[in-house]
Ligand binder design. Structure first.
Ligand SMILES: Nc1ncnc2c1ncn2[C@@H]1O[C@H](COP(=O)(O)OP(=O)(O)OP(=O)(O)O)[C@@H](O)[C@H]1O
Ligand SMILES: [Mg+2]
Length: 224
C-alpha cells in the first residue's frame, strides 16, 4: 500500500466573486522515501493540494488515505491529533515562534506531544546538528538569517519522526546559496534517513533536484 493515496480530490473555494475550483480531481499516490516536487505556476493549486494532503484543509470531494486512514473522514480533533503524530510541515514564511530559541522551536512539536524537556532538548540538538545549526541553538529567530530559520523549520518538522514532510515553497524567500544549502540538507535526510519529502515550488533550481515531478495546471495533474 502506498504511504499516501489521493482519489479524485476536489477543492472548491466559494467567495463573493463566485466559486473557484482550486483542485480539480487529483488522483495520485506517494510512496515512502519519495523526494517529490509539485510544480506549476502561481494559482495552479499547489498550496491547496498540500493543505489537503496535510489535513490543514478539507477537500469538498475525494479521499486521502495516509497509512490506510482516510483523513477526510476524521473528526476535527482526531485530524489535529493525526497531523501532530504523522505529518511534518515546512512553510514558505518559516513560521517559527519568535520568543523561542532555535532549540525550543525545534522541540516545540515534541512539547505538544508531552515529551520531557530533557528528551526533547536532546532530540532537538541532534537535529540542529544535522542541519548545521548546533552553534545557533540558543538564538531566537530574529537573530538568524532566513536560510537558517528555514533550516530550524526543517529540524522542527523532523523532530517527532513524522511519516512524511510537506513543504510549501520552502525556498521561496531564500537566496541561491541558502536554497542550495537547504536542498542539500533535505536531500541528505532523504537519502540517509529515508525521510519522505513532498514539496511545492516554481523554482527551476529546486525542480532540478526533485526525483519525481508532479506538474499541476489549473488544479489538475498533467502528463499522467
Ligand atoms: N481561501 C481562498 N478563497 C478563495 N480562493 C482561494 C483561496 N485560496 C486559494 N484560492 C484560489 O485557488 C486557486 C489556487 O490557489 P493556491 O494558493 O493553491 O495556488 P498556488 O499554486 O499555491 O499558487 P502560488 O504559487 O502563488 O502559491 C487560486 O486561483 C487562488 O486564487
Ligand atoms: Mg502556494
Amino acid at each position: 500500500m502506498a504511504l499516501i493515496e489521493l482519489q479524485n480530490v476536489v477543492k472548491v473555494y466559494e467567495s463573493q466573486a463566485g466559486s473557484i475550483t482550486a483542485v480539480n480531481g487529483v488522483s495520485t499516490s506517494f510512496e515512502e522515501g519519495e523526494f517529490t516536487a509539485i510544480v506549476g505556476p502561481s494559482g495552479c493549486g499547489k498550496t491547496t493540494l498540500l493543505n489537503a494532503i496535510g489535513g490543514l484543509d478539507r477537500p469538498n470531494q475525494g479521499h486521502i488515505h495516509i497509512d490506510g486512514v482516510n483523513i477526510v473522514n476524521l473528526k476535527d480533533r482526531d485530524l489535529i491529533d493525526f497531523r501532530l503524530q504523522h505529518i511534518g510541515f515546512v512553510f514558505q514564511a518559516y513560521n517559527l515562534i519568535p520568543v523561542l530559541t532555535a532549540l525550543e522551536n525545534t522541540g516545540f512539536i515534541l512539547e505538544l506531544q508531552g515529551v520531557s524537556k530533557k528528551e526533547r532538548d536532546a532530540r532537538a540538538m541532534e537535529l540542529l546538528e544535522a542541519v548545521g545549526l548546533a552553534d545557533r541553538a540558543h538564538n531566537r529567530p530574529n537573530q538568524l538569517s532566513g536560510g537558517q530559520q528555514q533550516r530550524v523549520a526543517v529540524a522542527r518538522a523532523l523532530a517527532s519522526r513524522p511519516r512524511f514532510i510537506l513543504a510549501d515553497e520552502p525556498t521561496a524567500n531564500l537566496d541561491s546559496k541558502s536554497t542550495e544549502t537547504l536542498l542539500d540538507i533535505m536531500a541528505a535526510l532523504n537519502e540517509k534517513e529515508k525521510t519522505t519529502f513532498i514539496f511545492s515550488t516554481h523554482d527551476q533550481r529546486v525542480i532540478d533536484r526533485a526525483r519525481r515531478i508532479l506538474p499541476l495546471e489549473d488544479g489538475q495533474l498533467k502528463g499522467l
